[in-house]
Design a protein around this ligand. Sequence first.
Ligand SMILES: CC(C)(COP(=O)(O)OP(=O)(O)OC[C@H]1O[C@@H](n2cnc3c(N)ncnc32)[C@H](O)[C@@H]1OP(=O)(O)O)[C@@H](O)C(=O)NCCC(=O)NCCSC(=O)C1=CCCCC1=O
Length: 381
Amino acid sequence: MATTDEIIKRTAPSHLIDHNLIDREVESLCDGMVQYQKRPAQRRDGSVVDGLYNAWIIFNNPKQFNSYTTDMVKATILAFRRASADRQVNAVVFTGVGEKAFCTGGNTKEYAEYYAGNPQEYRQYMRLFNDMVSAILGCDKPVICRVNGMRIGGGQEIGMACDFSVAHDLANFGQAGPKHGSAAIGGATDFLPVMIGCEQAMVSGTLCEPFSAHKAARLGIIADVVPALKIDGKFVANPTVVTDRFLDEYGRVVHGEFRTGSQFKEGQAMIKEGEIDLSLLDQKVEELCAKLLDTFPECMTKSLEELRKPKLNAWNQNKENSRAWLALNMMNEARTGFRAFNEGTKETGREIDFVKLRQGLAVGTPWTEELVDSLMPAAAR
Ligand SMILES: CC(C)(COP(=O)(O)OP(=O)(O)OC[C@H]1O[C@@H](n2cnc3c(N)ncnc32)[C@H](O)[C@@H]1OP(=O)(O)O)[C@@H](O)C(=O)NCCC(=O)NCCSC(=O)C1=CCCCC1=O
């Protein structure tokens, strides 16, 4: 009987049709701010597999916490289509450079300086954003979000569109919408209720309070969490987060909540003193890729398609209405909120005086450029 290798050699066709949309390097669409790397696949024992790869899609905008510009969104759509069509690719690893941020969502500088006050332009942008989220949810390969740091706003949304998330435990998660003039309708309002239930989704989507990777694991937003902080060469859990007990004296769950007061400050000092090492994160990601490799490919794709449906159906039901509303929102609250973040500083703050705005609207004050200018952090001082 012929061996599998002999059969492959004898029967594999000499020409394969290329199903990619365009034949351009991902990096060429965005000056390298999104990188596409085919990294050799590994077996569970760590040995490298000939001819098979994992596609790493990497956001490379560290100065702006790996937020995505319009060009980066275009490149990301192409990257996921490329990975989906590439016969040699078995899994996609979606991540960012560095250890501070996976992604903090849309680029607030571009939002404030180009899209603010231009709903027709933002509608075009949101076509691209929607296609980016759909490209993740429609990828024929399993998608792992390697959470190399904070996952905030639209970064949390594209992260939740992935099939698996593995995070290091210094990463924070959360939305920014109603604090920065938007609503988390770029996927979070579709995915959160499905993933963590309506009550916790409401807390995250409206109050916009960040939560730790340990809490994200407890809530079910991520599949796994590993330490990244080394003190004297030894990995330790995030010292700003409660990880040494599950309940407080009243029987309430405190595991994964942030420490407070002097304990939190001491934890921050420990992080400053320590060394950040993402080797355990990469080990966990490679282990997951190796497990995914050890399956039938078509059955894997079918399982992905079915298990994605709760998120995908919610997303498809709402994404076009969300796009239209987000465009129009650029006339008032998004224009105000993203300008405030972009023009604010640590000293002036980066958010408006929400009470002042509400007081004005409560007496029917109309939205004018003058009102918006008066709400900017520097003006309010
Ligand atoms: C809470 C933060 C994520 C982290 O805060 P902190 O640790 O205090 O860092 P900062 O000093 O705020 O930021 C450091 C520098 O990074 C720049 N930065 C941070 N985030 C962005 C961003 N998203 N775009 C551009 N630049 C960013 C920041 O300006 C600092 O640089 P500087 O030169 O000014 O010193 C906090 O950073 C934060 O809240 N960031 C903004 C989060 C945000 O609002 N994202 C957009 C949400 S809306 C969105 O993503 C959407 C997606 C699609 C659907 C529609 C939509 O609205």
